[in-house]
Ligand binder design. Structure first.
Ligand code: MLC
Ligand code: AMP
Length: 509
């Protein structure tokens, strides 16, 4: 009975594997980490966090490479009740500063290579700092080595905060989505059932573990099912193909699948033993779905989620997995299509704003009650910012976005954040950042600039300024200078006109 558990998320995902000597992680060199070894390391890290003075509810910000130790750090946070705040390894020190400051993190764990820059950040903000390198070494693990391989699991309830995941906003300021133990646990349990995961599964996980997809969908589902995970530090076609024969299942963003399809070795024989491929985080083109099916015989199962909500919908495991749709609301999830202006529910078949409610939906934004109130209705429905419809057979289709968002290779990029940087640059009067189709990343970033009268913006200097402030994946891949931006009668920039005009920039690249 989960209600009697000391710490429902820890007990269900981790604790129940105590003494289990079967493999949990399979590493790129073929070596394995058993569940029991993983749990011993988790307990040691939890012991070290406690020795550093971290208490349940404190935040720990981790900007570390994907490694078994990095995953054990997540588990240790759950075991000790510390709130886990994972950060994209591409973020610059100035981006990390905001997250540490906004969350009031008590400890920053970073790669040794970033220690100097982040020590300055941590000192300024009164946080402690520790290192965890890609090879699993660092001061965090040195400290953990002195600790016991058992740890008295902290008491937590299903309503307690488990993780803080930052998502950018249309105003350019990131917001910390507060995810409770129940948000994570309920979603993992539903997905195990829906996607038929068991302890016989071996999931190929080449996703980063600082986002919902690689951490909560892939890792939590594997843990909840008691299966094993081929744990690759990043996506690389050769490595994936080398490990695929041992896998039963794989989760990916569309870029993974288009890159695999670009390789002739990826065919029916290479995937014969697989039982499931899932896709999400960005739209999977119907064309990719169809090509994949023709090449391998597998219908990719597309699902739809968000940082704030975990997974909302999924195509059926048994039944028709329809290209261009994200399937049905998951059990326990209410989904409706609403008029963006009035919020009232629209009839079936009409396009409107997608709203969702359920145990998967987050608790609100960290210390931003006004932002929470704007997006999370008092009746529990979350306004996703995605536009969609429900077809006559109940399948949900996402047809666009009400929010100004670019999704590149599964990473979200909010144009406002880039526009704020571009607008500050010498010679730039104003800017508009748009997403245009890209054959590899789905969409990519283009910056449209208007020069100050009589001046020519220095594109190299602008790109250098962007590089200092923003993670590489957010950098414009092209800058264009126009005499003026198209505007409607209200004076609003018409980005749709820019997207149409520059939509072919990367065709054939
Ligand atoms: C890397 N680069 C990117 C990029 N990833 N640029 C734009 N978009 C991206 N997504 C940069 C690199 O720094 C590099 O810079 C250049 O682009 C090309 O690098 P690459 O070697 O081709 O990239 P690679 O390292 O292979 O990474 C591509 C990728 C990766 C697609 C494998 O981005 C990835 O793993 N994406 C998954 C994202 C994810 O997990 N999203 C889930 C969010 S959760 P340079 O300097 O060399 O040009 C969520 C909820 C839900 O959305 O529903 O799941
Ligand atoms: P994130 O904030 O990184 O969690 O990204 C969530 C957003 O990704 C959603 O609001 C959608 O716009 C998009 N998304 C996730 N899955 C899909 C999908 N299967 N198809 C289309 N868009 C998706």
């Amino acid at each position: 009975m989960t209600s009697e558990m000391v710490n429902p998320l820890y007990d269900t995902l981790f604790g129940r594997h105590s003494g289990n000597a079967s493999p949990f992680l399979i590493l790129p060199d073929g070596s394995e980490v058993s569940y029991s070894a993983f749990l011993a390391q988790t307990a040691q890290i939890a012991g070290h966090l406690a020795a550093l003075g971290l208490n349940p509810g404190d935040r720990l910000a981790a900007q570390v490479a994907k490694s078994p130790e990095a995953l054990a750090l997540y588990a240790a946070c759950v075991q000790s009740g510390v709130v886990f705040l994972p950060l994209n390894t591409a973020y610059t020190a100035s981006e990390v500063t905001y997250f540490v400051e906004n969350s009031g993190a008590a400890l920053v764990v970073c790669d040794g290579g970033n220690l100097d820059a982040l020590t300055r950040v941590a000192e300024k903000l009164g946080a402690q700092i520790a290192t965890l390198n890609a090879d699993g070494t660092g001061s965090l693990m040195d400290g953990a080595a002195n600790q016991s391989a058992t740890f008295a699991t902290a008491h937590r309830s299903r309503d307690d905060l488990a993780a803080l995941l930052y998502t950018s906003g249309t105003t350019g300021r990131s917001k910390g989505a507060m995810l409770s133990q129940d948000n994570l646990l309920s979603n993992a349990e539903v997905l195990v059932d829906e996607w038929r995961f068991t302890d016989a599964d071996v999931l190929l996980n080449a996703l980063p573990i600082f986002h919902t997809h690689g951490l909560f969908v892939a890792s939590n589902v594997t843990l909840a099912a008691g299966g094993a995970m081929i744990f690759l530090p990043k996506f690389d076609v050769d490595t994936v193909l080398a490990h695929l024969p041992r896998a039963t299942s794989m989760m990916g963003v569309p870029t993974f699948y288009t890159r695999l399809l670009d390789d002739a070795r990826f065919d029916r024989a290479a995937t014969q033993h697989m039982r499931l491929f899932t896709s999400g985080s960005a739209p999977l083109l119907a064309e990719t779905h169809d090509t994949f099916r023709a090449r391998t015989g597998h219908a990719i199962l597309e699902r739809y989620g968000m940082t704030e909500t975990n997974m909302n919908t999924s195509n059926p495991y048994d039944g028709d997995r329809r290209a261009g749709t994200v399937g049905f609301p998951l059990p326990g999830v209410d989904l409706k299509i609403c008029d963006p202006a009035t919020g009232s529910e629209l009839p079936q078949g009409e396009v409107g704003q997608i709203e969702v409610r359920g145990p998967n939906v987050f608790m609100g934004y960290w210390q931003m009650p006004e932002k929470t109130a704007e997006e999370l209705r008092s009746d529990g429905f979350f306004i996703t910012g995605d536009l969609g419809l429900i077809d006559d057979q109940g399948y949900v289709q996402i047809v666009g976005r009400g929010k100004d968002l670019i999704i590149s290779g599964g990473y979200n990029i909010y144009p406002k954040e880039i526009e704020l940087i571009l607008d500050e640059q010498p010679g730039v009067l104003e800017s508009a950042v748009i997403g245009v189709p890209h054959p590899d990343f789905g969409e990519t970033v283009v910056g449209v600039l208007v020069a100050e009268p009589g001046r020519a913006p220095d594109e190299d200097a602008i790109m250098a300024a962007a590089a200092g402030a923003l993670a590489r994946f957010k950098h414009p891949r092209k800058l264009i200078v126009l005499d003026e931006l198209p505007r409607n009668t209200m004076g609003k920039v018409q980005k749709n006109i820019l997207r149409e005009r520059f939509g072919d920039l990367f065709n054939g690249s």
